[in-house]
Ligand binder design. Structure first.
Ligand SMILES: Cc1cc2nc3c(=O)[nH]c(=O)nc-3n(C[C@H](O)[C@H](O)[C@H](O)COP(=O)(O)OP(=O)(O)OC[C@H]3O[C@@H](n4cnc5c(N)ncnc54)[C@H](O)[C@@H]3O)c2cc1C
Length: 419
């Protein structure tokens, strides 16, 4: 049903999880959608990520100890957090803003916002799944989701974070485990894993398969997805918008949604979106363990995230604050291998495939930018940092509510892109 306030035709720029989820929810309101991307479906961060839908771990990056890690990281290319010495003014602005948010008080306040998101992100995945029917790529229950540690003391840090989630109104259902108990569930874990936590109520997806399925769903409902369309400018014409691509192409519509991930600033800045969106680049690859794990596994100290993807096992990690378009740096892949390999047995780490780098769109306060810009016809949906997959469908729902004048999910009040 099209509401009186709804635009008839919307162009969505970006065919990642945020852009495609936005297209899907706009279609729920009967709106005609055209999606354009300079690559194709999932050509950014939405392809090689860990695919976790984990409310228990959807936490802000600005944990106060990250600052100490960050200073050390500047001197150590093997660190899980990599910040190059750089005079790039945008990176320096981001780092200064990020440091201001790494206080215990601000971190706790951010924890409260993520606690409020809770399981609503999963509910939005279920809405899409119910409409898509049995043929669509599903979300998988992680029952249980596992974390592993080299010492009990290392584990205490995550338990403290879970306590803060509970104190700030959220809930986490978890149980402490020994190394032996973990190995009984996942024989591929090695003797270096001496303690762990199993967490219930979490899920995961196979990102490439899920993105293809979501794209199929959006096109089967009438959208056009056009690849190789590099948007160089967006104009508000007063009654609509003009979306201008390189090579002289252009599209007219009633409104546009900018869902361009770590590239958001380039198109959104002229519409009053001043927040820096910095690329927090992560890396992944896949291997084939002798005993294929059946649960996602997280090693918080090593900052390594592992996800079973059917016949392959994805290993992901690193947070590299660098130019979004810099090429893949093989030293980061090596750093992930060095961090992960002691925690497993039965994996040939030389036999890697699908080596990948992608950019998490990070904001200084850790919250996404979701809603109308200074122009009521130009909306932005980005800056989800480490949690754009988990929050993708919920973001689509928020943007669709904003564009149609219907009541948005209450959490949206924290994500004003003009803040
Ligand atoms: C290693 C790693 C692991 C991660 N694990 C998780 C996880 O487990 N769970 C989770 O929730 N999140 C995870 N994330 C974060 C998540 O991947 C991102 O937050 C999310 O994919 C962002 O989605 P997006 O649609 O905003 O951006 P993207 O997926 O990057 O999509 C943006 C799209 O915009 C297009 N584009 C950009 N500029 C233009 C232009 N000018 N014209 C046309 N097209 C343009 C790009 O080609 C791209 O396809 C992880 C990220 C990394 C790197």
């Amino acid at each position: 049903m099209v509401s009186a306030k709804a635009p008839g035709h919307v162009v969505v720029v970006g065919a990642g999880i945020i852009g495609l989820s936005t297209a899907w929810y706009l279609q729920e309101h009967g709106i005609k959608v055209t999606v354009v991307d300079r690559g194709g479906v999932a050509s950014g961060s939405s392809w090689g990520n860990a695919g976790w839908l984990t409310p228990a771990l959807t936490l802000p990056l600005s944990e106060p100890s990250v600052l100490r890690t960050g200073l050390k990281a500047m001197l150590d290319p093997a660190s899980p957090l990599y910040i190059p010495f750089s005079a790039d003014p945008s990176l320096l602005k981001f780092l200064a803003g990020f440091a201001r948010n790494c206080t215990p008080g601000k971190w706790r306040a951010a924890m409260g916002v993520f606690a409020e998101v809770g399981h609503t992100g999963l509910d939005a995945f279920d809405e899409i799944a119910q409409a898509a029917g049995p043929g669509a790529e599903p979300t998988h229950p992680a029952e249980p989701f596992l974390t592993g540690f080299a010492s009990v003391a290392d584990r205490d840090a995550l338990v403290r974070e879970f306590n803060v989630i509970r104190e700030t109104g959220g809930s986490v259902d978890y149980e402490l485990m020994s190394g032996e108990q973990l190995r009984a569930l996942e024989p591929t874990l090695g003797p270096a894993v001496v303690a762990g936590i199993k967490i219930r109520g979490q899920r995961y997806i196979n990102p490439p398969a899920f993105m293809d399925s979501l794209a199929e769903s959006v096109t089967s409902r009438g959208a056009t997805i056009t690849g190789a369309f590099n948007v160089v400018d967006v104009r508000d014409t007063g009654t609509g918008v003009e979306v201008i691509g390189s090579e002289g192409r252009s599209l007219q519509a009633d409104a546009v949604v900018l869902a361009t991930g770590a590239w958001l600033g380039a198109l959104a800045r002229k519409f009053g979106v001043k927040r820096v969106v910095q690329a927090g680049r992560g890396y992944s690859f896949t291997v084939v363990p002798e005993a294929m794990p059946s649960h996602p596994i997280y090693f918080p100290d090593q900052r390594v995230a592992c996800t079973p993807l059917g016949d392959r096992f994805r290993v992901a990690g690193m947070m590299e604050f660098r130019n979004v378009d810099a090429p893949l740096d093989p030293r980061r892949i090596k750093a992930i291998v060095e961090a992960a390999s002691p925690m497993f047995t039965g994996i040939n780490w030389e036999d890697r495939a699908e080596e990948w780098v992608g950019a998490r769109p990070c904001t200084t306060d850790g919250f996404p930018l979701v809603g109308a810009s200074r122009s009521p016809r130009v909306h932005v949906a980005g800056g989800h940092g480490m949690w754009g997959i988990a929050l993708g469908p919920l973001t689509g729902k928020m943007i669709a509510a904003g564009l149609t004048g219907t009541t948005p999910p209450a959490i949206m009040r924290h994500f004003n892109p003009l803040r």
